[in-house]
Ligand binder design. Sequence first.
Ligand code: ATP
Ligand code: ZN
Length: 747
Amino acid sequence: MSAAQDEDERARVVEILAPVAVDSTYSYLAPAAMRLSPGDSVTAPLGRREAYGVVWSIDGDSGPGGNLKTVSARLDRPPLSQQLRGFIDWLARYTLTPRGMALRLATRAAEEAGPEAPRMLYRATDNVPERLTPTRARVLKAAEGGVAFAKKALAEAAACSTGVIDALVDEGALEAIAGPAAPIAPPLDPLFAAPALEPAQQDAADALKASLSPRAFKPFLLEGVTGSGKTEVYFEAIARALEAGGQALVMMPEIALTTQFLERFAARFGEKPAEWHSGVGARKRARIWRGCATGDVRVVVGARSALFLPFSDLRLIVVDEEHEGAYKQDDGVSYHARDMAVVRARIEEATIVLASATPSIETRVNAMRGRYGYLRLDSRARARLMPTLEAIDMRKEGPPRGRWIAPRLALAVGETMARGEQALLFLNRRGYAPLTVCHTCGHRFRCEHCDAWLVEHRFRRALMCHHCGHIERRPNLCPECGSEDSLAACGPGVERLAEEAATLFPDARILVLSSDFPGGADRLRRELEEIAKGSFDIVIGTQLVAKGHNFPYLTLVGVIDADLGLGSGDPRAAERTFQLLNQVTGRAGRGDKPGRALIQTFHPSHPVIAALLSGDAEKFYEQEIAIRERAGLPPFGRLAALIVSAKDAATAEAHARALARAAHELPPSPRYRVAAPGAWPEQNEIALLGPAEAPIALIRGRYRFRLLAKGPRSADMQAFLRDMLAGGPKERGGVRVQVDVDPQNFS
Ligand SMILES: Nc1ncnc2c1ncn2[C@@H]1O[C@H](COP(=O)(O)OP(=O)(O)OP(=O)(O)O)[C@@H](O)[C@H]1O
Ligand SMILES: [Zn+2]
């Protein structure tokens, strides 16, 4: 028997998960000499190519025979920890995502980057160049003593161009050696600039610090009114995690938010944390990924996807603005990053802090029932007052037709400017006008791929669909009746509001802040900085400006249309409106001067508006929690949506009906009970509602039908969904079924 055969016989069978849309692992043989462990990255033949994968488990020694393929190579990459693998399995099971797709969220960053270019360093050899100019002599002098320098540093030391160094390398007087990579994350100092906390902050910070040792899973809600200093509180928790030698992850809903945050972080810890979002280059992301696994990266601030980083010792997760809808990902793998952060914290035995001025109902209930620690800051830091809130009743004191700024708001803006302060006009609608109609024939411009009106964007001279991105030129003639000059804009967007503000205040420095202007995130960051510096008198913006920014000169907030989100029929409309309006009015009066907010509404007595005006968050939560409890909605029950789409409506509807039939024909299960079709569900039963045409029935050329499963907390919703999908028809003929567990979006 040859040595090679001998080796073969001792090969082991390993299960490999590939980052593709497949749930199961594949079995391979691994030579014993490869010494694979679970979590290792490998390449292996898959079909006709070499694929990347991760060892998920090791089955043991291979039996005789079998025709398994052999793992090709083990990659030099830190292993995925058991905790991260457990998290991927959990997320996949919960969201009904193929495990490979969940793995892809964790490994994408490492895969996409090419091999890292080594950093070259230069040092002197014993060779003397043929021609020794004074410049060359200076370089060699600087490089004396066997120390290696970066090219730029050496050129600077010798006051020459880097070309001189290249020439000396060519002549053999200097040699280039591969040096260690520059550190990806400079060390952080937990004691760099610890602030004096106010008593309420101190109590909250102490509770968090205490929870960090001994190590255990401990969730907290940190609820504090806008400007109460929540950030300073969780900074203390980060300091404690660092002192304990561990890592911390801070999640933020919006990248535009991070600039101010990074500065504050550096002021507190001496250096910035590692930043993780789609705007960070592939190379850098790969280095951060590795740094998380080696423990060199200690604190990451990031978007949703940071949740999948391979931390080696994660002690703390902070989810800032935990109520934000942006944490729910709906494309591809559909998951709620806040909820999954709690899961990851549990698996890592870490502390997790959910911070918000207006927590989600789910988190609020968890805190009130004692499932989460409940920390509260009930007043603003530094004795700042909350802004005073007043309603402007649009039925009685609205502006003239075709205008949107009521006289009282205009007056307040004028007074604010006269005092040298800043005003914010908030309207959560991008573009110039949400609808364009023809006066002559009544034609309305609608998207050809979606069930939606086209939004006019005047600066682009275009009509745009906000669902699919479709763009067309705004014509001069009506395409229906051919009339000239008969097209009219209906309703306002931020661009139109800016036009009105410019007419009312011709001397004002006005800025429109909107995510769809050219220039992307960089432009937004610059603009946010300018606002904070006081470079503008009037800022006009969508929900982007509502987030956790600190604008010291901003004293007046005008909400142009407080009713905008309330009429949608979405079960979360009330909660979202309350949160958004609280956030946006909370931008006023954070500096030295007191703040004021004017809220334009046609329904000043609507419970949400009334609760907002009274400043009585407690009342709002009481009402909303009672409604949810009565209706068995989350967190008192479970919801899952299935969105069935196809190129034509009949195919989509037929498939959705077949799924519903399959659900009702399922054999009895110990894990859930299904209510009979049309019957009033019993306490312990899952009711399947629909199929119904989706509120936006057509998106990107696909017709959509929705099924909604609603069940008690005791039901195993995932088992039900899996059984229903298995019992239903295959996804043929271009049909797509999207599963959305804990849906946030009902459109
Ligand atoms: N103990 C403190 N001493 C001095 N200044 C403080 C203290 N705590 C907070 N501040 C300041 O108060 C302001 C508001 O704090 P911070 O931004 O942390 O509030 P927040 O609760 O996160 O607000 P929001 O929910 O609106 O984002 C900041 O300018 C912060 O620097
Ligand atoms: Zn469209």
